[in-house]
Ligand binder design. Sequence first.
Ligand code: NDP
Length: 400
Amino acid sequence: MGRVLIIGAGGVGTVVVNKVAQNHDVFTEIMLASRTKSKCDAIAEDVKKRTGVSVQTAKVDADNVPELVKLFKEFKPEIVINVALPYQDLTIMDACLECGISYLDTANYEPLDEAHFEYSWQWAYKERFEKAGITAILGCGFDPGVTSVYTAYAAKHHFDEIQYLDIVDCNAGNHHKAFATNFNPEINIREITQKGLYFENGQWVETKPLEIHKTLTYPRVGEFESYLLHHEELESLVKNFPTLKRARFWMTFGQEYLTHLRVIQNIGMSSIKPIDYNGQQIVPLQFLKAVLPNPQDLGENYEGETSIGCRIRGIKDGKERTYYVYNNCSHEEAYKETGAQGVSYTTGVPATIGAMMFLQGLWKKPGVFNVEEFNPDPFMDQLNKQGLPWHELFDIDLEL
Ligand code: NDP
């Protein structure tokens, strides 16, 4: 049905390549390109063994538009799945525009020298994508991604008006390392050390980093301390669902993780300002990334599950209703199937489904869109088929 180019050969890229190969009827020609070609070759070899499907590989610097354009013109993909880093979003979108190719990512743009993310930079491409007749699907991982589709599905099928949204993200797994991040350490630490932010009564409310926390109970895995964070999907969800009176995002962290994080911050290792070291400019956080465990290597000993979902309160037929939709994903099962741990899996599977929706013509329209702007039904259907089944609870105590 279509040609797909995946950029980024990390944990998420590994899962995407596995899943597109498993859906070879939809993704007929597959290429994986990244900065380090040997990583692409190793993934392609493993995927060939697992699925029998051949994946082409290439080296590309995704910060370099002419290099991207050259690759796009050679391979001629219908869609590019960007699972490199958020720093590359705009250069890849520029190259897509130049070649008339559609685009999908899992994280919104961040400038390298400023720990700050928002959609404005990518929403600014809307008219140009419309004129070029191509589609950009933004934020198609789990959160953002599935959580946004869950919200759209709830609004479509279960509520007349959604009013209170709490996205709850629990990783109850154990990788048996003293400290490690589940996805790119640089991006992860930049996200968590920012001020908290949530939306209430038409306004954004700022908090100190990790200031607000609460014990929440997650299905099958139990109670975990959950911390209010700013997370990117809140920005588009409150815009696309204007009935929301409040929208918040919660993520669980263990005490051990938080202690390490505090030390990292106190000794200046989370800084993104370059410093002089023996006559060489280095960024402390980038140096830290180089010494921390690679998220891709956590899979082998990872036990337990993630549990991510949306807790929603609103009105149905004149009455208040509560609703909880969630998925639990086993790290062990993810590793067995793809060689990557659960956090990479829960991101890579939705990215694959989003690209599938595009190639099947179900999520295909000119412009730049967040995932909740498309029909959630075929995506929800595929979540059940592609390894991330979801469950619903009605009229329960949401704890929030
Ligand atoms: P990794 O760090 O494991 O992988 C990133 C990959 O991108 C690496 O292969 C890296 O190359 C490659 N890369 C980096 N810079 C360039 C460049 N200039 N040109 C070409 N390739 C480049 O990250 P993850 O796989 O953990 O995460 C991938 C993305 O997924 C991130 O954007 C992250 O924010 C997002 N994410 C989204 C989630 C969601 O639910 N929405 C959850 C988790 C992650 P090299 O190997 O040479 O370093």
